[in-house]
Structure formats: structure tokens, C-alpha cells
Design a protein around this ligand. Structure first.
Ligand SMILES: Cc1cc2nc3c(=O)[nH]c(=O)nc-3n(C[C@H](O)[C@H](O)[C@H](O)COP(=O)(O)OP(=O)(O)OC[C@H]3O[C@@H](n4cnc5c(N)ncnc54)[C@H](O)[C@@H]3O)c2cc1C
Length: 326
């Protein structure tokens, strides 16, 4: 049986065995945006014009996307011929302007983007930031839509990283920056105000966790909330003073930073975050757990949280995967 064809802008491309629609188009020199290549970031959305989409190519998409036959080209292995096009950019993108950009520590930039028509989102969800040349990367929202008239992102500088170096070195106040999204399920869900919550992550995994924390407190969460933020050394921690202030003002909130390399002189324990987070909380039966940041650490924490008694449905995770991880 011949391999199915992907038709794009009037031209047909024969897929190779086990090749996704995205890889088929990239192999044929077509410039399609993508980032994680793992079905997470939604940067590679395309729209089906004709043909049947496999179900797993639409996992996690919003109803409005499903209705328009949008799909994740990085997860799409169709059994039949498919005609696809770029999604209607106007319907997906929110134009924004950089309101402010500053450093939270030596390698994390706080980027605030004002959108005249802000997309509806929940603190902790993530957006694709779209550079004017089309490069796309995902970043999680640390802002609170009810309080902030900007969307805040924390961008870690990755040496040699195309987007993060550009954000750190070139982007400035007043520059235009388009957003696409939101996406993701890592956000506070009201309705169980007494339930204990664990928020754990490393590096800029703090961005969504900080957003979720603010949202939970703003919505009157009264049960214990433990935030464990890990870093290689104390220079990698950030928002430390702000989080300590929040802890003083909210007796139900506990902030526990830890570092891999340190001697404890500054009061910050030296510990692996996976062991440390669980030593702060004890058994997790009945807890809601949010895990964000480095993919390996998120995976380890997921497993350990489950073994400590957390229900799988109560563990929400956003692993900051890049295409190199897939
Ligand atoms: C759902 C989601 C949410 C995310 N949220 C955030 C966020 O809030 N803040 C944030 O800073 N990032 C976040 N990321 C990661 C972000 O999307 C980019 O992957 C990251 O900024 C690197 O992009 P780049 O273009 O600078 O690097 P690339 O040009 O893509 O990569 C350059 C090189 O660096 C390597 N690399 C990529 N990422 C890392 C890394 N984190 N550490 C070490 N090496 C790396 C790559 O393998 C490659 O070799 C998120 C990712 C996902 C999927």
C-alpha cells in the first residue's frame, strides 16, 4: 500500500513510515513553526482542509480549535491522505507590546507583555511567544489576569538558545511581540479551599507556580500551600524576598527553597528537590500537586508524589521540554 500523502499549499508530499506531518513538511523544506515536538507546546498547530485526523493529534486542544480542525502536526500520523494549511494566524494570535523587561536574577528575565485585547487565561497556563521572524517558544504565565494588565513571563537564559538569548539581549520596552494561546492544565481550580497543595519546581518552573499560588490566595484558599523551589545554587533562586513576605502575610502558605550546591550558611538547605519537597509535606494522600520546570525533575517528582499517596488525577505537571528532549 502506498504511503499517505500530505498536501500543503497545493503540493503533495509522500510521508515516510512513522513520519509525523510536521517532520514530513520539515523534510521537504517547508517552514512550519514548532518547538517541543512532544505534543505539549502547541506551537506546531496546523489546520486540516480535508482527510481524517487521528484522535491523538488533537489531544489537549480547545473546543474552538477542534471545531476548526486544528491539530498538532508533531503528533499526527494519519493513515490516509491529508490536506493541511497554516492555521488562520489572525484567529490564534494576540498582538502584544513589551511593557517592561528586567532581571530577577543573573539569568532570569521578567518579561511583561501588554495585549490591548488580552486572551482569556488562567495563571499558570502557558503561551507561545512568537518572534517577528516566526520563531516560537512556550513560556508560562506568572501573572494573575484579575489583577495584572499585562501577562508576565520568566525567561531563563539558555546559552546558545535562540529565543531566550534574543529576549535577554535584544528585546526591549515598546517592542511588538505576538502571543498564541493559552494552553495547559496547570492552574488553580477553586471549589476545595481546604485541600492541601504542593507546588514544586526548579528554575523558571517557579513562573507558573507563582501564578498558581497568587491565584489560590486571591481566591481564598485556606488549606496549607507548600511551595518548594529548587536551584543549583542560591543565585538561581528568585522572588525569594517576595515569597517570604507572602509567607508572613498568609499563615497557610509555606515557602521552602533548596539548593543542590550550598553549605546551608545562608539558611537555605542543601537538598535534592524531590526528596526535600516530600520531607516538607509528608504523605500526599488527598493533596493537589503542581510540578513545573526541568522535564527530568518533573518526571521524578511525579513518580515520587504518586508513591507518596497523591492521586494521579490530582497531579498537574508542565515539563519545560524543548525539541532536543523529544
Ligand atoms: C509548556 C512549556 C512551558 C515553558 N515555560 C517556560 C518558562 O516559563 N520559562 C522558561 O524559561 N522556559 C520555559 N519553557 C522552555 C522554553 O519554551 C524554551 O525551550 C527555552 O526558553 C529554550 O529556548 P531557546 O530558543 O532559547 O533555546 P533553543 O534554541 O531551542 O535551544 C538551544 C539549545 O539549548 C538546549 N536547551 C533548550 N532548553 C534548555 C534548558 N531549559 N536548559 C538547558 N538547555 C536547554 C537545547 O537542547 C539546544 O541544544 C517552557 C517549555 C514548555 C514546553
Amino acid at each position: 500500500m502506498p504511503m499517505p500523502t500530505v498536501t500543503f499549499e497545493g503540493k503533495g508530499y509522500v510521508r515516510q513510515e512513522n513520519e509525523t506531518v510536521l517532520d514530513c513538511l520539515l523534510r521537504n523544506g517547508i517552514d512550519v513553526s514548532y518547538s517541543c515536538k512532544s505534543g505539549v507546546c502547541q506551537s506546531c498547530l496546523l489546520q486540516a482542509v480535508s482527510g481524517e485526523l487521528p484522535k491523538n493529534a488533537q489531544i489537549g486542544l480547545r473546543d474552538t480549535h477542534l471545531a476548526r480542525q486544528y491539530f498538532l502536526s508533531c503528533s499526527c500520523l494519519p493513515n490516509n491522505d491529508l490536506e493541511v494549511c497554516r492555521p488562520d494566524a489572525a484567529g490564534l494570535r494576540a498582538p502584544g507590546v513589551v511593557r517592561r523587561i528586567d532581571l530577577l536574577n543573573a539569568s532570569v528575565a521578567r518579561l511583561r507583555v501588554h495585549c490591548p485585547e488580552p486572551p482569556a487565561y488562567r495563571a499558570g497556563q502557558f503561551f507561545s511567544l512568537i518572534r517577528p521572524d516566526g520563531l516560537v517558544r512556550s513560556y508560562s504565565a506568572a501573572s494573575l489576569p484579575s489583577d495584572d494588565d499585562f501577562i508576565e513571563f520568566h525567561v531563563a537564559l539558555v546559552p546558545g538558545g535562540r529565543m531566550s538569548e534574543w529576549v535577554h539581549r535584544d528585546l526591549k520596552r515598546g517592542d511588538a511581540l505576538d502571543l498564541q494561546g493559552p494552553a495547559g492544565n496547570c492552574f488553580y481550580v477553586p471549589g476545595n479551599p481546604g485541600q492541601p497543595i504542593l507546588l514544586a519546581g526548579t528554575g523558571t518552573g517557579l513562573a507558573p507556580l507563582y501564578g498558581i499560588l497568587r491565584d489560590a490566595l486571591a481566591k481564598g484558599h485556606s488549606g496549607p500551600i507548600h511551595l518548594c523551589h529548587g536551584s543549583v545554587n542560591s543565585g538561581g533562586l528568585y522572588l525569594d524576598a517576595e515569597l517570604r513576605r507572602m509567607m508572613e502575610a498568609n499563615p497557610q502558605f509555606h515557602y521552602s527553597p533548596c539548593v543542590l550546591n550550598g553549605n546551608g550558611d545562608d539558611g537555605i538547605p542543601q537538598a535534592n528537590i524531590d526528596a526535600y519537597a516530600l520531607s516538607c509535606t509528608g504523605p500526599l494522600k488527598g493533596w493537589k500537586v503542581y510540578l513545573c520546570g526541568h522535564p527530568d525533575i518533573v518526571r521524578t517528582l511525579q513518580r515520587k508524589a504518586f508513591l507518596a499517596g497523591a492521586n494521579l488525577q490530582s497531579i498537574y505537571a508542565d515539563a519545560f521540554v524543548s525539541s532536543a528532549d523529544s
